[in-house]
Design a protein around this ligand. Structure first.
Ligand code: SF4
Ligand code: SF4
Length: 162
């Protein structure tokens, strides 16, 4: 589909997007910046409420995005190739939605025109980070497992005002 009146995320495959389009697909939720655990036997992924040390818990953005891979070595780089394979990407993630041929939700900044709607819809991690990884003492990550990063909050499914 080449109709320019159709938003780029509906007419382009991930691999066809410009760098700016690609970056704008991130809704700024911060969910992917939570530590995760994988069951070695089943491959099942569990999210925790422990955030990467570079995450800003209020803006839910990386505090050093350009240098993140030099500072946090296990920060995964998303690409058009690996997005469809990354099972831990939240159901709400803009990259995952587009890779699955789905539309973005009303609260995505590309749709709403407002970077705050991802927080208003309860999708971002704002106010929900329990710990930052550099503040962990002898705690076990398994004790920090939470299910909300895998869920879509009810108000995020409704249109605003309904
Ligand atoms: S989960 Fe997806 S949309 Fe949310 S911050 Fe991570 S890359 Fe961006
Ligand atoms: S380095 Fe930045 S982008 Fe990567 S996981 Fe940490 S906060 Fe998220």
């Amino acid at each position: 589909m080449s109709d320019p009146s159709v938003p780029f995320w509906k007419r382009k495959a991930l691999a066809e997007m410009t760098a700016a389009e690609w970056e704008s697909l991130c809704d700024g939720c911060g969910r992917c910046c939570l530590n995760k655990l994988e069951d070695e036997d089943t491959g099942e992924i569990f999210h925790t409420d422990v955030a990467c040390r570079l995450l800003d818990g209020h803006t839910c953005r990386c505090r050093d995005y350009p240098n993140r891979h030099a500072i946090v070595h296990n920060c995964d780089r998303l690409t058009p190739t690996n997005v469809p394979r990354l099972k831990w990407l939240p159901k709400t993630c803009g990259y995952r939605l587009v890779a699955e041929g789905r539309d973005l939700y009303w609260w995505h900044p590309l749709v709403s025109g407002d970077r705050d709607t991802v927080h208003a819809a309860g999708v971002s991690v704002r106010g929900r980070v329990g710990l930052f990884e550099d503040a962990m003492g002898g705690e076990d990550l398994e004790d920090r497992i939470v299910s909300w990063p895998e869920r879509i909050p009810p108000r995020a499914k409704r249109l605003p005002g309904r």
